[in-house]
Design a binder for this molecule. Structure first.
Ligand SMILES: Cc1cc2nc3c(=O)[nH]c(=O)nc-3n(C[C@H](O)[C@H](O)[C@H](O)COP(=O)(O)OP(=O)(O)OC[C@H]3O[C@@H](n4cnc5c(N)ncnc54)[C@H](O)[C@@H]3O)c2cc1C
Length: 377
């Protein structure tokens, strides 16, 4: 299919067709359609098996290119804790990987190569598994999480997309329902109403261990659904996640002459939620607005801003995983959701102001004071 010709020289090669690679392709095709872009994905589909969710406020207002990829959005979400409940009128959105795959392929089929594994990624070229070399003015490494050993907590979950026998009556997202036994750390159920009779229900844990008993969690989800009076007609899909949450870490930076990195590959994410979406969409928007030659500087600037926030957010992780007793972790979140909506939005975006940071930490901590102080360092 590809010969060793001028045709193999691109403006931008994107390696990895997950969330980051797919978003960049969509943004570039919309904002800089003259660029010659190619995305290389080793799998047979884009996006893997994910439901990616985010707050409307995570998306820069200029990022209109994102709208066609959104599977569903809701006008509000709710959190439920033993001593505090709140419904927040703020847009919440999800992208299902199957929609992501179909929509990107429908509009940009000529720019996507599936089943194409890349062996080596350099600043201005890539070598495929079969030995062919492609050159580009910019290569973006979006191959997902790097492997690293570190002291971590985990956000782990099993989710089921289910079809119900009758309408569930929910018109908004239940972001956290922590009115459930607090086993294995801070635990909550998460419910997305896809349609009047379809739901995604996830059983989630902020745990010290990455181990997941998938069958048991699946049963827990079915029990939870039954307690709501809903009757499952069929299970449509299952998704499993275990997102690493760093407790300590060093600043991320681009390596000398290595390729530019985006998404999980860059190590830039929201350390408390384990999500990459807010940071990735901000980076993609910044790249889509810049000329190719400036991309290194653009990403470097985003990383510096990220490093300042990440230091603070890792302190919050240490509070949660080192200072709080596992079954009492929910108390930290119960207090957090009582803050103002703008503060909550800035937290999810990873753009907390200094005042926000002080406000979150001040007052009597809902954990042992001595352990809280120790976890700061
Ligand atoms: C079930 C689940 C749900 C999640 N939900 C959310 C969420 O709601 N919001 C959120 O922000 N985060 C969520 N996450 C975290 C998620 O990992 C990341 O946010 C997101 O998928 C990272 O995107 P990425 O493109 O950087 O990496 P990935 O999505 O992992 O994509 C990397 C891609 O690179 C490809 N690849 C790897 N190596 C090669 C190679 N050598 N050659 C070619 N291709 C290669 C892979 O096949 C893959 O498609 C979830 C994770 C899971 C597992």
């Amino acid at each position: 299919m590809f010969g060793q010709t001028e045709d193999n020289i691109w403006d931008c090669l994107i390696v990895g067709g997950g969330l980051a690679g797919g978003l960049l392709l969509q943004a570039l095709r919309t904002e800089q359609p003259a660029l010659k872009v190619l995305l290389l994905e080793r799998g047979t589909s884009l996006g893997g098996n994910h439901t990616w969710s985010f707050h409307g406020s995570d998306v820069p207002p200029q990022a209109k290119w994102l709208t066609p990829l959104v599977s569903k959005s809701w006008p509000a979400y709710e959190v439920r804790f033993p001593k505090y409940k709140r419904k927040i009128e703020s847009v919440y959105c999800s992208i299902r990987a199957e929609d992501f795959h179909q929509r990107l392929l429908r509009h940009h089929a000529d720019q996507i190569r599936l089943g194409t594994s890349v062996q080596e990624v350099r600043r201005d070229s890539v070598t495929l598994q079969d030995g062919r070399v492609f050159k580009a003015r910019q290569v973006i490494d979006a191959r997902g999480w790097p492997k690293k050993e570190a002291l971590r907590g985990y956000q782990k979950f099993v989710g089921l997309d289910v079809k119900l026998a009758k309408p569930h009556g929910l018109d908004h997202v239940i972001l956290k329902d922590a009115l459930v036994p607090q086993t294995d750390g801070y635990r909550f159920f998460y419910t997305l109403p896809w349609s009047p009779t379809e739901l995604l229900v996830e059983d989630t844990y902020y745990s010290n261990s990455p181990d997941l008993n998938v069958d048991q969690l699946q049963q827990e989800i079915m029990k939870y659904i039954a307690t709501k009076g809903w009757e499952v007609e069929s299970v449509i899909r299952r998704e499993i996640g275990c997102l690493p949450l760093d407790l300590y870490g060093s600043a991320v930076s681009m390596t000398g002459n290595g390729p530019l990195q985006l998404g999980a590959a860059s190590g830039v994410y929201q350390p408390v939620t384990g999500y990459t979406f807010p940071q990735t969409v901000a980076c993609v928007q910044a790249l889509a607005e810049s000329s190719l030659d400036n991309w290194g500087a653009v990403l470097s600037q985003m990383q510096q801003r990220y490093n300042q926030q990440a230091r603070y957010l890792r302190v919050l992780n240490r509070m949660m995983f080192l200072a709080a007793e596992p079954e009492k972790r929910y108390v930290i979140l119960e207090r957090f959701y009582q803050f103002s909506e703008p503060l909550i939005e800035r937290f999810y975006q990873g753009r907390l102001h200094r005042g926000d940071q002080l406000r979150i930490l001040c007052g009597k901590p809902p954990v042992s004071v001595w352990r809280a102080l120790k976890s700061l360092f």
